[in-house]
Ligand binder design. Sequence first.
Ligand SMILES: [Zn+2]
Length: 733
Amino acid sequence: MVGINNNQVLNSKTITNAIFDNYYPNGRIVVQNTSFGKNGVSGKTLTSRTLSDAISGDVLYRSPKFAFTFYNKSIGSSLNSLITAGSEATFDSSSNVSIEDPESITNTEEDGKAKATTLKGGAAFTRIIADSIVGKQGGSSFINSGINSIFEDYSSSNSPGASDPPIDHGIAPYDPDSTNPSAGGRMIAFKSQMSEEEKGWIVERGKILKDTGNVNDYSHLTGGFYFEITDSYTNMRSGDGASEYPGLDTSLNTAQVSLDVIQAPQQLAYLSPALIECLIALSGKIKFQGGFGAARWFDKMKNGEIPDGSSLSDHGFGRAFDISLVGQLNGNNYDMENNSGNIEIYRGAMDIILPALNSLPMHLIPDIIVHSTDLATEYGVRVGKDPEDAAIKLKYPNLKYVKFHPDDKHKNHIHISFSSARSGIYTGPGGTFGGAPIGNITDSPSGVNPSTGLIDIPGLGSFPIPSTGSTGGTLNPKFTQLSRTYGTQLIADEIYNLLNITCVPELAAIMTAISQREGNVSSLNADILGDGDWNGDWSYGFLQNNLFGTHGKLEVLVPYPTPIKIHAWKLAAPAWQYFNLSSWEQWKGFIKDNFNQVGLESFTTTARSSSDDRIWYPINQVYMAYRFMCGRDPTYPLPLADRLGANGPEMQHVLTPWGDYGGVPGGPLYGTKFSDAAYVYRNSGKSEEDLKNWIRRYFAFANNGATSKSAPFVEFWLAGKRILRNGTIQEWE
Ligand SMILES: [Zn+2]
């Protein structure tokens, strides 16, 4: 990425200028091949203005905090590439950059004076970078890992007696959630589809793995490998099959190779990041020797020896590794390759590697272990799905989702591989993973099924694309109008009609009255710190759905513009993948830091502008509220029988999120007017007395232990009185 010449690496001033010239040509930031953000910006070269647009709309441009964070991250990640590229340029050229090592105080001349050590070439280069302003601001982690990896490759200190630097496997901030099954994934990591940053990260980590000496065909680690499938084929599968880990994106978790991949031209691909990190982690625990075999079927494919309809080994996708020798770090080797069929040797190797794998974070544990058939009986496993109580899985419980596959061609090596859905995508230097593929905001696929014209959502069903009045559908167009700003408030009758999509008319009338207390479709209360027994607000929309409450964790169906199912908090933080946020708890921490830095007013502006559009469509607000009110997954459209209150007033009480939680003695009706409910109900041609009777029965129902705290006050309310938050009854002014 960087054209940097020898004159520019002479000292920290010239290197700083060189770096900034690369980042601000003519004063403009240019970032190439971004892979994050909404559709339409992936892979483009972005100027500073469109860079802002990259993370969900124009979130960054309007959000100083996010822009600042992103700036730091992009400088950091790109410097990582710079170190790699710059040091390689330094070594590959005839240059001989040489500086005195400012930290070499351990060596002394014979007279006892401190002796400076000379650093040359790449070591000097990284020292200069570390001392530069950019190096210092970029943070120490990538500098250190960059220096370490350079040292491993290129250290040319001429200090007499200097010992070899200790092997450092780099900084691998594994996901603290050890139950996260996946670091993202893809069928094949095409170089052409990868961001400049990720290519740098793969090479960085590849060098670290290469330096362990455990990999025979290490050239694949930094150089990649060639991949091709005959373009006319239509039915190719990845040999090791789909993953058995829970909670994976079902659109990714398939062995079927997509036509995009089949028809892609022959090109370079990189090895699976999850496999690279698995092997780096293993190298700190055990000895092993093996190879990727990534070119395994490439020539056969080119020669037409593999027909359409075949299964292709995972090796050719860069997701597999064959282990031929295993040993304890300070122990004997179990050399399977030279003792083929020797069951004692093979068992000894497995007894070392399985506990090592069992100790890894879940996202670094492979999907499949192919091993000698000789161990099938004692392991209690077989070809196909293993029994859950297989002896080997009881012994190593963290391997419970691994497929143990006995095979008589695996008597001289152990095969491990990752499925496409768990192959890993780097999202930062030093072995950092996000939780999901960058650029895909949805938790579940939302593609239109071409044969039905419907949107398929696994676990929920198939849904039509919402249509509005203006396009021949039945929805009021205001229900699908973007309401991020104050221009498009709904009047009470419209709110009532909107609520009728998910509620029976009587409950819709009550909720309309509550909405007059809570807000309108563009409302946002983002006072997130809270106090004492109150945990803060990220409440938006006409029902003030609070994503800081625990229902922010829930998966919700948002039907517009195309139905998707997604964790609610991700709609408030559309750049969640980019900032490596993988949970509601992480998002809350991230956003509180932000709040503390910028204050309420600025934060509220940012929170509004940086949220996902989907949160600001009124129909989505009512759908999310449905999930929060009753705990059920809604469907779209929602049949009459599934609407709230459809089985009469004797339904489970559903108004808890609007005032029946602890500390609100007035219950959900506090601060609301019965006249607001009666008004919209009458306007729809119904009788006020019918509404009163329904409400009396609803609040009288106590059999399920969920009677509203408003229940004791209902007659006052129906008579037009005001219930205060503390339960006091008053007249309205
Ligand atoms: Zn293999």
